[in-house]
Design a protein around this ligand. Sequence first.
Ligand code: C2E
Ligand code: MG
Ligand code: MG
Length: 568
Amino acid sequence: MDILLADDSKTNLILTAAALTKLGHRVIPVNSGEKAIEAFQKQRPDLIILDVLMEGMNGFECAKELRQIDPDNWIPIIFLSASVDDNSISQGIDAGGDDYLTKPFSEITLAAKIKAMQRISDMRQKLFETTQKLYLQSSIDSLTGVYNRFQFDRTLKEVTAAADRYQHTSALLFVDLDNFKNVNDSFGHHIGDLLLIAVATRLKLCIRANDFLARIGGDEFAIILNQIEDNETAGMMAKKIIESISMSYDLENHHVRIGASIGIAYYPQKNTTLQNLVQNADIAMYHAKALGRNNHQYYSEELYDRYQKKISLEHALKFAMERKELSLNYQPIFDLASKKIVGVEALLCWEHPTFGNVSPNIFVPIAEETGLISSIGNWIFATACRQAEKWGLNNFKKFKFAINLSSRQLLHEDFLPFIVDVLETTHLKPEMLVLELTESTVMSYTTGPFVSMIKKINDLGPSIAIDDFGTGYSSLTRLKHLPINTLKIDQTFVQDIVDNPDASIIVCCLIALGKNLGLNVIAEGIETEKQYEFLLKNNCPQGQGYFLSKPLTTEQMTIFLKKINEKV
Ligand code: C2E
Ligand code: MG
Ligand code: MG
């Protein structure tokens, strides 16, 4: 042990130092309290022995000051005193001392006291090491070995405080894997875990030595770029990360691919605090997802306003049904050659008292995210079928009645019994119903339950149409294996067919593809005569759009159908 020994009596100092050296310790001898403090600051001993009665600073005063120099690092102090009464013992302990030795003392007593102090010292060291170890463990994500959410919160606090103090900019990147759930569903959780480990390894290689990486959720990672030189750094790193993560993985003979969406928020930035910094990066990340995933986006106030609007819409949508703000419009579908109506498509409308008319393109995804789609979807289905019954559509020959479905709605366990129930109570011919699913929905659900649900619905009688066809990435093999009856060519192609040769070629190919697969083909969004003529010339059998008829209200549709009936 290194022992700091302070005694102003030269004889005592020499005698005690000799005794300590004999016991195998290294002694730092000083002859005053002031010198003891000086020596302590330079050498940090393992034990301090202080004579109580010294000229100048006495032992108690010296102990008090020593304790203040390094309050967290507790080094045992033993006082040496000629006379020991209860009062001075208590005074010594209050000053920060741990034990007393009465002069004169034997070497055996000195050795025993030091041993006891050493034992306490060792225990303290062990406790310190264990705490450090626990601290480290509690800050590490056990699966990937990178830091966890707990450490992320702490580091973010430190980094933002440093950014405030030294007036530099730091950036927070939120990295969320795209469709990670699909990996778990298709390959099992074990492969999902291996993928997370592999992603963490690649992320580590993308960041710089003093950047911070943590896994803060299932498939969510956060990176803190401390003190960035310019605003490009974060974007460049995001690009590098996406490139790296998107490269394929070989995990126990499974070939896996995954993308990532990244949200970036800076600190400091206007109206940004430590509390909302994480939310800002999250908002930017969701924006990246909404823009088609596998890209990075920056947080901005404009994005925040949009986010606020979405939250308000989400809230308003919860009450839309009970406040009777939802209704259905019906758009006729025509045989293009004869211009005769062959069916209708039910389209959902939301008229909100302050937001006005909200497009289903905006609120249907919100309804899906919030789970409201299930009750709204059931309402759509029941309302549309009841209306079809009122119109007596059962009596129309070869007439089709189309309803749009969302994937979430389809996967809900109550959906099938619900359809059966509605069909029974309305007595509608099930074959008349066409259920429309968008191409991206059909192609992104590769799992068994989705496919078997489509088959079950088809077995009940309704046929399936693929909506917005041409916008997704269809696998023809998958198309062939699903009981699909109709392809609806997306309106973006139809609207370009006259002026854009690429679009016209695509539309012709889609018509041919549908026909070759033995499917009905409907062109959506026909707005002009020229578009109509083009489709007719290229043998597209059916179509819908403003040129033929806009979506009609229930009342308008009732009149429209009456006219047809009168003609028949
Ligand atoms: P969609 O199923 O492809 O419906 C066609 C959309 O094109 C409708 O928009 C319709 O009003 C619009 N449209 C029809 N003819 C024309 C035209 O000539 N020009 C243009 N520019 N547009 C035309 P809407 O009603 O805004 O619906 C948008 C999308 O929202 C629908 O696309 C569908 O994906 C979804 N949606 C609508 N109703 C429902 C529903 O009841 N349930 C679900 N799950 N989704 C729905
Ligand atoms: Mg549709
Ligand atoms: Mg469509």
